[in-house]
Structure formats: structure tokens, C-alpha cells
Design a protein around this ligand. Structure first.
Ligand SMILES: *[C@@H]1O[C@H](CO)[C@@H](O)[C@H](O)[C@H]1NC(C)=O
Ligand SMILES: *[C@@H]1O[C@H](CO)[C@@H](O)[C@H](O)[C@H]1NC(C)=O
Ligand SMILES: *[C@@H]1O[C@H](CO)[C@@H](O)[C@H](O)[C@H]1NC(C)=O
Length: 234
């Protein structure tokens, strides 16, 4: 479970603030939807990108209207070192599989779905291309410290997810009707995160309907048993 963010930002009486709220997606779905997926590390502190804006305001000392210049932060830019590339949709950003550095942009704050990254941490990041640049946001990106990524997820990033992008993972909390060909996922169940951390949704070769299934493996089984036994503790 990399993200569940349902940010509730109190709307003040004067202005209504759009909050960033998103549905929880499986790592495989985020991988498949992404334009890029890579492991990165910041090369320095984040940089603010701003725009100058002129506003007219009444100036009491001169008793007249004056033009003020404001700096409005419109984005945050991260300069990153690329440690590993797992997916690049095409070369429209000028990156190829040998690239070692890039810039990644995000919104200036949480309300605008900005992703906060810190120095001295390796991250798994995914996102979209926008005007030839790399963008990340809270809802559609993976942004996880690399140390949280399990062995099975690393295998997914290298092989399984790419081969399984025709498989749809349905978060049961957000669908009205379950698709029998999809893998159904309930992250709210006690063993829900086992399905994200220890397995992938793969084509069911034995299915006549071309359906998909959760790949069975020992780690998934152990994770589910562990989750259920911890649930029973007082
Ligand atoms: C990008 O890819 C296109 C099509 O695959 C190719 O024609 C073009 O030369 C590539 N550009 C660069 C800079 O590699
Ligand atoms: C990446 O580097 C290798 C080795 O230097 C080179 O053979 C290959 O053409 C490069 N690939 C791209 C896409 O630039
Ligand atoms: C495919 O499914 C059938 C019927 O459920 C079963 O008998 C068979 O062993 C399965 N084959 C494989 C390769 O799993």
C-alpha cells in the first residue's frame, strides 16, 4: 500500500481549496499506467519554480493604487540521479536507458498533489510525461522509499508487471461490478497488503476466457497466514 491519500483540507469561509484525493492503486497498475518508472536519488535540495505576478493594490501611505510583484511558486523541481530504469515509454523526454540524471517536477504543495522527496534516500518513482518533462503526483505516481520495496515487487518491476499489463486489478472498494477476468483486490482486508507486496496479477494460461489471476507463491501464503494470525492476537 504505497498511497492512500484522502486529504481533507478545511475549506475556509472565504475560499474553497481543492484537495488532492485519490483512490488506492496497486503497484502493478501504477507501473502499467506510468510513462516512466525508475529508482532515483536526489542530487541536491528541491528547487522552487515560480512565476512573477503583478497585482494592483491600494497603498495607504501614498493614498493611491500601486503595482506589487508577487512570486508564486508553481512547481517543485527535483534534480535526481537515476540509479535504475524500469520503464521509459518512449524517448520524447530525451532520456534513454543509459541516462544517469534528470529533472522531475511536481506540484508545489499537498493540495496540488505535490510529492515530497528527501535527500539521502533512494526512491522508486513513477510518473507521466508532460510537455517533454517528467512529472510526479500523489495520485498517479509510485513514490516509495526503495527500502520498502519487497523482493517480489522488485521481480515485478523487472519482469512480471510488464508482461501482465493486460491484466486489470480491481480495487473492490471502488467498483460496482466485479469483472470475472480481473484480479480482485481488497486492500482493506487484513491480508490486503500481501497482494500488493508479495504477488502480481498474471494471465491465467489455463483460462478459456483469457482471464487473470493472482500468482500463487510461498511468500504470499506466508504473508497471509502471518496477517491473519496477528489479527487474532488480543
Ligand atoms: C526517438 O525515437 C524515434 C522513433 O522510435 C526515432 O526515430 C528517433 O530517432 C529517436 N530520437 C532520439 C533522440 O533517439
Ligand atoms: C547505451 O550504452 C551502450 C554502451 O555504451 C551503447 O552500446 C548503446 O547504444 C547505448 N544506448 C542508447 C539508447 O544510447
Ligand atoms: C486447467 O484446468 C483444468 C480444469 O480446472 C485442470 O484439470 C487442469 O489441471 C488445469 N491445467 C493446468 C495446467 O493448470
Amino acid at each position: 500500500m504505497l498511497y492512500v491519500l484522502l486529504l481533507l483540507i478545511a475549506a475556509t469561509s472565504v475560499s474553497h481549496i481543492e484537495a488532492c484525493s485519490c483512490l488506492q492503486s496497486h503497484l502493478q497498475s501504477l507501473y502499467c499506467d506510468a510513462d516512466f518508472v525508475m529508482q532515483v536519488r536526489l542530487r541536491g535540495p528541491p528547487e522552487e519554480i515560480y512565476r512573477k505576478e503583478e497585482t494592483e493594490d491600494f497603498d495607504e501611505t501614498s493614498n493611491s493604487y500601486r503595482t506589487f510583484i508577487n512570486r508564486r511558486v508553481t512547481a517543485i523541481k527535483y534534480n535526481v540521479k537515476i540509479r535504475q530504469i524500469y520503464k521509459l515509454k518512449d524517448n520524447s523526454t530525451g532520456l534513454d536507458k543509459n541516462s544517469t540524471v534528470t529533472e522531475i517536477f511536481t506540484g508545489p504543495n499537498d493540495g496540488l498533489c505535490g510529492v515530497r522527496l528527501f535527500e539521502r534516500t533512494n526512491y522508486l518513482l513513477s510518473g507521466k510525461y508532460y510537455n517533454g518533462a517528467l512529472h510526479i503526483d500523489i495520485c498517479s505516481s509510485i513514490a516509495s522509499p526503495w527500502s520498502f520495496i519487497t523482493k517480489m515487487q522488485k521481480k515485478g518491476l523487472r519482469f512480471t508487471y510488464k508482461r501482465s499489463c493486460d491484466c486489470n486489478i480491481q480495487n473492490i472498494n471502488y467498483v460496482d461490478e466485479v469483472d470475472p477476468k480481473a484480479c480482485v483486490w481488497d486492500p482493506r482486508k487484513v491480508d490486503g497488503n500481501c497482494y500488493e507486496r508479495q504477488t502480481a496479477c498474471i494471465l491465467d494460461k489455463n483460462s478459456s476466457t483469457g482471464g487473470c489471476k493472482w500468482q500463487r507463491n510461498g511468500k504470499l501464503k506466508a504473508c497471509r497466514l502471518d496477517a491473519k494470525s496477528r489479527r487474532k492476537l488480543p
